[in-house]
Design a protein around this ligand. Structure first.
Ligand code: FAD
Length: 315
């Protein structure tokens, strides 16, 4: 079932999750354990991130060696497991960076065979590896272009022309940034870019994590004024370690409110996770009261903090 159908049919705002495929060489059993725990919260859908190849430098006896590695393959396999073993809709992330349009088309064909109805279309970040484009291969520059490619397939138009090509029926989501995407000159321009994604066919938006609800509510208001009418799902992350105070703003370009950072810095190490859990639970209650259509948790690979948040939530 499509994410938009789940949202429309839900009796109360649903809770969804985002998880990350195992590292190259790791076993899938940890993912199964994670999904076993998450399914208790009855998620209508679970997102699975995608990861392109990146440049890795390794010190060897012969000096520094440059390698191109895909550290986390397996998005397709994890999606197939979730969709078929758990009967939960899997939402694979599909990327521009690191993939040619031809590879993307192949990926989408595989997803269709697996009965996967949803994708989140994402540009990705520069990981230092530029895939050489040979033999007429092409790449999507922005998420908007990727969404247009999926939209074409939904109309039965593939990269090569086929007679009687079967149209796909993907429901497409895209990313939004309440505190603006770090490359955008300002929030207004960034929202205009998000509108372009919606006009290209995105049917809902999932936001980057934020720790101050004001950012989400202001963002939704600004999006509505700009003409974006699709559901905007808030993305939430629970802070469980003091190290998050540096790592999260550096990686995700979002602000941690001073009250929260002061509290975490002054707490005993054993109390840090509980402070993060209470903060997120409070965020969730306010978001639900303010009309958020769903709650989307960035779980990645450990569900315990998120499960504690949900356990104390009144919906
Ligand atoms: P875009 O929408 O393409 O925007 C990127 C930047 O370009 C923005 O600053 C935008 O304003 C600007 N822009 C857009 N169009 C144009 C244009 N035509 N001309 C000039 N500028 C333009 N990363 C991963 O590697 N794997 C994942 O699975 C993954 N999942 C994510 C899920 C969510 C919900 C979110 C919020 C992020 C995710 N990311 C993931 C991170 C994402 O790859 C980065 O945030 C990336 O920098 C931007 O992706 P985007 O799809 O928002 O890009």
């Amino acid at each position: 079932m499509k994410v938009t159908e789940h949202l429309a049919k839900a009796q109360r705002p649903p809770i969804s999750f985002e998880i990350i495929p195992p590292k190259r060489g790791d076993h899938v059993r940890d993912i199964l354990r994670l999904v076993d725990e998450l399914k208790e919260h009855e998620p209508p859908f679970i997102d699975i991130t995608s990861h392109p190849a990146e440049v890795v430098y390794e010190e060897t006896p012969d000096g520094i060696q440059r390698h191109v590695k895909r550290k986390r393959p397996g998005t397709l396999g994890v999606c197939a497991l979730i969709q078929n073993k758990y009967k939960i809709d899997a939402v694979p992330h599909v990327l521009c960076n690191g993939f040619t349009q031809q590879e993307t088309e192949d990926f989408l064909i595989e997803l269709r065979y697996l009965g996967i109805d949803n994708v989140l279309a994402i540009r990705g970040d520069d990981k230092g590896y530029r895939k050489p484009l040979r033999d007429g291969r092409t790449q999507n520059a922005y998420a908007r272009d990727l969404i247009a490619q999926i939209g074409s397939m939904n109309e039965g138009k593939y990269l090569d022309e086929y007679l009687d090509a079967a149209p796909t029926e993907f429901c497409v989501g895209c990313a939004g940034y309440p505190e603006k995407h770090f490359e955008a000159p300002n929030l207004e321009t960034d929202i205009r870019r998000t509108l372009e994604k919606v006009n290209a066919g995105a049917q809902y938006v999932v936001t980057q994590m934020f720790f101050e609800n004001r950012h989400y509510f202001d963002y939704v208001k600004a999006c509505r004024e700009a003409g974006i009418t699709v559901p905007i799902i808030p993305g939430l992350k629970v802070l469980t370690r003091r190290g998050h105070l540096k790592a999260i703003p550096r990686t995700f370009h979002c602000e941690i409110p001073q009250t929260l950072s002061d509290e975490l810095e002054g707490a005993r190490a054993s109390d840090v996770a509980e402070i993060g859990i209470q903060w997120t639970r409070q965020q969730c209650q306010e978001l639900l009261a303010g009309g958020a259509p769903a709650l989307h948790f960035y779980v990645m690979s450990d569900a315990s903090a998120v499960s504690s948040v949900i356990a104390g939530l009144s919906r």
